[in-house]
Design a protein around this ligand. Structure first.
Ligand code: NAD
Ligand code: UDP
Length: 312
């Protein structure tokens, strides 16, 4: 395809940095934008001498204009429960004011637009696996609401900019994703368990470990997102790995991959922690011809060196 100028917000984060790599490899010019609140320069260090990449340090909640762009990927937002409960009001603002600012840019420059939404829109789901037509089960005043409701507002805003202004929008509902550059200290389960296992510390299981998640390796996820960005679908699409694991099974897989002898330690289950989560990816399969290829074991093995480096 023709080379484009592409804006990626949240570029210094886990997913944003991988997305930049994929777009640059395709020959596009990428402008990354990030306020470095949960991301870091290390995620982009390998692009220091890349002439097609530049980084703007900017909060997307404040007005900004990087000039004409062909496409906007809006990935800026605290994403882990530890980060978004620490940055509660900032998270509400990034999903509201920040999303509107980026949509206004897409409208101004007639750019395509893809927003990183989340399986958290389904809350603690009563429908399993989660299909895109399910409206969700979210506590609007619980501790996770600063994230869930911000993302639900974003989906509404993105849909409205398509409906009222004809912006060419796309919405991906991302399910738990892991891989190199997952921040080592942001409290997500894969990074916590990998680091704990490699240090020989107890793996901290919240609750009894029977809650489930479905883990997607980062390269699978980015491929699905790039395909969606070039589709004509404006409604939300789930992208994630449909293989469901209990958190206890996940802990045991990590002990096996790392060869660790760490014990397991129980900690209290956080309030409103979803009891189960698994994407129905029928829509992505049919629409995009996409499905994940990498198993949890393969993905953990691919991530091992990164987490070893984090513990060094
Ligand atoms: P991350 O924390 O590694 O990256 C987010 C990036 O956004 C960081 O670099 C951070 O500094 C930046 N940022 C935050 N607030 C900002 C602001 N106001 N202005 C500019 N930059 C800002 O998280 P991630 O896992 O890479 O998540 C990226 C996106 O994908 C987020 O929108 C997240 O909600 C979404 N998502 C991720 C997952 C997952 O499993 N990783 C699942 C569902 C949705
Ligand atoms: N979890 C856990 N131990 C940890 C971190 C997380 O048992 O050290 C659990 C958490 O309670 C949740 C699941 O693992 O049930 C996934 O948590 P994460 O923060 O990675 O993402 P979430 O899907 O909850 O946003």
């Amino acid at each position: 395809m023709k080379s484009q100028k592409i804006l990626v917000t949240g570029a210094a984060g886990f997913l944003g940095s991988h997305l930049c790599d994929t777009l640059l490899a395709e020959g596009h010019t990428v402008v990354g934008l990030d306020n470095l609140s949960t991301g870091n320069h290390a995620n982009l260090a390998h692009l220091a001498n890349e002439p097609s990449f530049s980084l703007i340090e900017q909060d997307i909640c404040k007005p900004f204009d990087p000039g004409p762009v062909d496409y906007i990927f809006n990935f800026a937002s605290p994403a882990s429960p530890v980060d978004y409960t620490r940055l509660g009001v900032e998270t509400l603002l990034v999903g509201s004011a920040g999303t509107i600012n980026t949509l206004d840019l897409a409208r101004k420059y007639n750019a395509g637009y893809l927003h990183a939404s989340t399986s958290e829109c389904y809350g603690d789901p009563e429908v399993h696996p989660q299909v895109e037509t399910y409206w969700g089960h979210v506590n609007p005043i619980g501790p996770r609401s600063v994230y869930d409701e911000a993302k639900r507002f974003s989906e509404s805003a993105v849909t409205a900019y398509h409906h009222y202004y004809g912006v060419d929008t796309h919405l991906v509902r991302i399910f738990n994703t892991y891989g190199p550059r997952l921040q080592a200290n942001d409290g997500r389960v894969i990074s916590n368990f990998m680091i704990q296992a490699l240090r020989g510390e107890p793996l901290t299981i919240y609750g009894d470990g029977s809650q489930t998640r479905s883990f997607c390796y980062v390269s699978d996820l980015i491929e699905g997102i790039v395909r969606l960005s070039r589709s004509s679908e404006h409604l939300p699409v789930n992208i994630g790995n449909p293989v469901e694991w209990t958190i206890l099974e996940c802990a045991n897989e990590i002990l096996s991959v790392t060869g660790s002898k760490s014990s397991i330690e129980r900690k209290p289950l956080p309030q409103d922690d979803p009891t189960r989560r698994r994407p129905d990816i029928t829509k992505a399969r049919n629409l995009l011809g996409w499905e994940p290829k990498i198993t949890l074991r393969q993905g953990l093995e691919k991530s091992l060196q990164y987490f070893k480096d984090c513990t060094a």
